[in-house]
Design a protein around this ligand. Structure first.
Ligand SMILES: *Cc1c(COP(=O)(O)O)cnc(C)c1O
Length: 233
């Protein structure tokens, strides 16, 4: 199991490097987030030992359990839809919340962050393909949400996140990745106080290489590292 996981990790690493080379980008510009949801801590430890310090989870309880069992230098990324009543459990413990898509949620993060006197880095999640089934704000509404959230003193917007549609051919998502990159450039140009557009979290197992070619600074890879997920366990 160990060897198999490490080989997966190294092969993802090699493909990231190749995509960076094709795009004329430095490998340092792209953070690989190992998406470990549903996977046991032993597997996370193996990937940690292989060199990863960034892990992504989509459920608050599962993330908190794992935080307690794994090394303290891990950067935890909340990538799943976040309910307001769960915010208090992760503020101060996660290094980035990728999935902020409403003022209501941002206000709750602000409230909890103020209590702890911490600043919480977040990304705004955009539903770039306007899929009914997905969370995220529509492209047209993004800038007004960014302005509203930017006014909250304990939150720092670092960029945008998107979950592209599930496709067989990753090329089918290239236009979406390009679109969200453009959106981030447009927002950056507005020079809104407390807002940076340095992070672009996009690309998963099926399409992370195309995402890197289009400007991703964070790719979220689960299956490609840990193998298929079994939700029935
Ligand atoms: C599960 C998940 C991923 C990883 O998906 P894979 O296709 O397994 O790489 C990435 N981003 C989000 C938001 C996820 O929920």
């Amino acid at each position: 199991m160990d060897t198999y996981l490490k080989e997966n990790f190294q092969s993802v690493e090699a493909r990231i490097q190749a995509a960076c080379d094709r795009a004329g980008r430095s490998r340092k510009e792209v953070t690989l987030i190992a998406v470990s949801k549903t996977k046991p801590v032993e597997m996370l430890q193996t990937i940690y030992d292989a060199g990863s310090r960034d892990f992504g989870e989509n459920k608050v309880q599962e993330m908190c359990d794992k935080i307690e069992q794994l090394p303290t230098d891990i950067r935890w990324h909340m990538i799943g839809h976040l309910q307001t009543n769960k915010v208090k459990y992760i503020v101060g413990r996660v290094s980035l919340i990728h999935s902020v898509d409403s003022l209501h949620l941002a206000q709750e993060i602000e409230k909890q962050a103020a209590k702890l006197d911490v600043i919480v880095p977040i990304l705004i999640e955009v539903n770039i393909a306007e899929e009914e089934s997905k969370f995220g704000i529509h492209k047209e509404e993004t800038i007004s949400l960014v302005r509203e959230v930017a006014a909250l003193p304990h939150i720092r917007i670092q960029g945008l996140m998107t979950i592209a549609p599930y496709v067989e051919n990753p090329e089918d998502n290239r236009a979406y990745f390009r679109g969200i990159k453009q959106l981030s450039v447009d927002i950056a140009r507005e020079n809104i106080d407390n807002v940076s557009m340095d992070c672009l979290s996009m690309g998963m197992t099926g399409d992370y290489e195309v995402a890197i070619e289009e400007g991703a600074t964070m790719v979220r890879v689960g299956t490609g590292i840990f193998g298929e997920r079994n939700y029935n366990q």
